[in-house]
Design a binder for this molecule. Structure first.
Ligand SMILES: N[C@@H](CCC(=O)N[C@@H](CS)C(=O)NCC(=O)O)C(=O)O
Length: 206
């Protein structure tokens, strides 16, 4: 029997997303502490992820990088959240790629220039451009959540996990969600689930 799934990273990094997924999948896992300054540069870690970035995953002979791809793998292989139909699977892929391309770059542009970088390295104009792009994406989400509690319908799914684990950054760091009340209520639901709270406790206590 292979040992527990290994997630390389620290909770205060994108590895948080995979901790949320692993908790939702209820898979036995080990967090292998690897930080994004020195930890990612070691030869041992580069052999796992040649991008020298966290997170990475090792599950027996399977080695993966990219946080949202790791999540798809974990939820497909473990737990009972994976969609039952090809159509819903398509929607999960749609929301995953949408998150990576429409949310992530805008949110990071806002975050880097608002609180991540030291104050003297922040550019307020870049932060504002990122915030505007993020608002445009949140508007799409607000429209898609009309008349439904979750992205695929009445029940929480992998689509909700993928989008909410990334938007955690904006939600936790007080991005103004007042113009998007459905998104705000949905994020409150997704990020206060017992599994999400277990992952958040690791991150917020760190
Ligand atoms: N697209 C990648 C991005 C991974 C990433 O940028 N991770 C950061 C930490 S949150 C990192 O390891 N940075 C180290 C570096 O860029 O040198 C993913 O989602 O997994």
């Amino acid at each position: 029997m292979p040992g527990p799934v290994k997630i390389y990273g620290i909770p205060r990094s994108r590895a948080f997303r995979c901790l949320m997924a692993a908790e939702e999948a209820r898979v036995e896992y080990e967090l292998v502490p690897t930080d994004f300054t020195e930890g990612v540069k070691t030869a041992a870690f580069r052999a796992i992820n040649p991008n020298a970035k966290i997170p990475a995953l090792v599950d027996g002979d399977t080695v993966l990088f990219e946080s949202l791809a790791i999540n798809l793998y974990l939820l497909r292989k473990y737990g009972d959240l994976w969609p039952r139909t090809i159509e819903d699977e398509g929607r999960v892929f749609q929301w995953t790629l949408w998150t990576a391309t429409e949310i992530e770059p805008a949110q990071m542009q806002w975050a880097y220039n608002t609180f991540v970088r030291p104050a003297d390295q922040r550019d307020a104009a870049l932060a504002a451009v990122g915030a505007e792009k993020l608002k445009a994406a949140l508007g799409v989400l607000e429209t898609c959540l009309a008349g439904r509690d979750y992205l695929l319908g009445a029940a929480y799914s992998v689509a909700d996990l993928q989008v909410s684990c990334v938007l955690y950054t904006a939600w936790f760091n007080s991005f103004d969600l007042a113009p998007f009340p459905k998104v705000k209520a949905w994020l409150d639901r997704c990020l206060n689930r017992p599994a999400a709270l277990r992952a958040r406790n690791m991150r917020e206590a760190a």
